[in-house]
Design a protein around this ligand. Sequence first.
Ligand code: UD1
Ligand code: CA
Length: 456
Amino acid sequence: MELAIIILAAGQGTRMKSALPKVLHPIGGRPMLAHVVSVAESLSPQDVYIVYGHGGEAVKSRFSEANLHWCLQDQQLGTGHAVMQALPGIDDDATVLVLYGDVPLTRQQTLHKLLAGLGSNAISLLTVALDDPSGYGRIVRSESGKVQRIVEQKDASEAQKAITEGNTGILVARACDLKGWLKQVGNNNAQSEYYLTDCIGMAVDEGRHVNAEICQDPYEVMGINDKQQLAAMERAHQRRQAEVLMTNGVTLIDPARIDIRGTLTAGRDVTIDVNVVFEGNVELGDNVYVGPNCVIKDARIAAGSQIKSHCVIEQAIVGESAIIGPYARLRPDAKLGKEVHVGNFVEIKKSYIDDYSKVNHLSYIGDTEIGKRVNIGAGTITCNYDGANKHKTIIGDDAFIGSDTQLVAPVTVGKGATIGAGSTITRDAPDNELTLSRSKQVSKQGWQRPQKDRKG
Ligand code: UD1
Ligand code: CA
């Protein structure tokens, strides 16, 4: 069976009140249209057609899938007219699935069922039972329950408005049938639009049967027109992801307070505390704990590690059984070995810290290689930037860097070396020796502190 998918996305989206085209507004960190394209691609169609309107160039440039075809709909004359923009390129015997660029949370299994429901029917239609169906086209059924036609809200009688079964807009039909019906669709209705929904009545008039699948989860078929709906759909999407994680055994202290804007994979016995934001691709190994209020982006945290509260981690790799934070920042290309400790107010960028080393307090480590079992004292700064270029600091195994040290790169501290506290190290420090660069301490006898004129 040849499958063609048409995604309607020509609507203006004026109610978003934004310069960004509606279908590019993100859900879970990805444009809403990308969610629709993903579920479309998951059905392995031959071709996907996106019907776009003016200003769609910005949309087009965000998508690189090879089998996407872009069809310009010059004027938005209705959903039927929109589908017609894509039909000429589609083989008569192909099955056509119509989706919407602003309906991002439809599940693959729902669409499988809808496709399977076409069979010898004229149309397979996805409907939804709604508490408040206002705004939706209503599904008119015969006394025996057969779908007769769809009436748009604006064209509906009071009796029809009382129908609570709504049209989702998502449907499946054969290309040749759609071509035939849409040729005859007029725009003599309340909105002077060419309605795709008129095809249902036409099929029934031809004596054919329309299959309806009722979607149980309203979020699967909900469209986004404004920022309230965008936020509601974002929550629905996050809730779904939280449910998948919990089903897979992850402990979420509060499933309403986790945000995944990308993909999170987690091992066994992972615990995620409240208000954590994951972005891009994040992997958490077995027994990882992520504390409250962390932001973790494109990172890998190996088994047994603890990320304490308020850490910001981006493009970093954390080895096994490490302890990070609270208040640590791992920047791109920070790579930590096993059992490394990185404490509060420590920033690490483009550096490798080998097993069992510790940087526990108030430090900046950039463009640095640190060996095993190194202790970096509080307030250590690698001075990696001379105003023009970045330079490297190398610290050997078992070195001990005293507190408040500046390591002016390029510089190497040898294995087992000790740097005295308060040093500014500008030349290499040899293995196993004490190096320090502090001026001698003096005490002045009889020195008097200046006095203010005393009041009163
Ligand atoms: C449509 C359905 C209605 C259904 C509702 C579900 C029709 C006539 N009505 O109504 O039965 O309950 O969706 O949300 O189909 N679009 C274009 N080009 C156009 C017009 C629309 O691309 O010329 C796209 C829009 O970008 C949007 C979608 O089609 O993604 C639906 O359009 P919209 O105007 O929101 O349709 P509704 O009147 O809500
Ligand atoms: Ca709509």
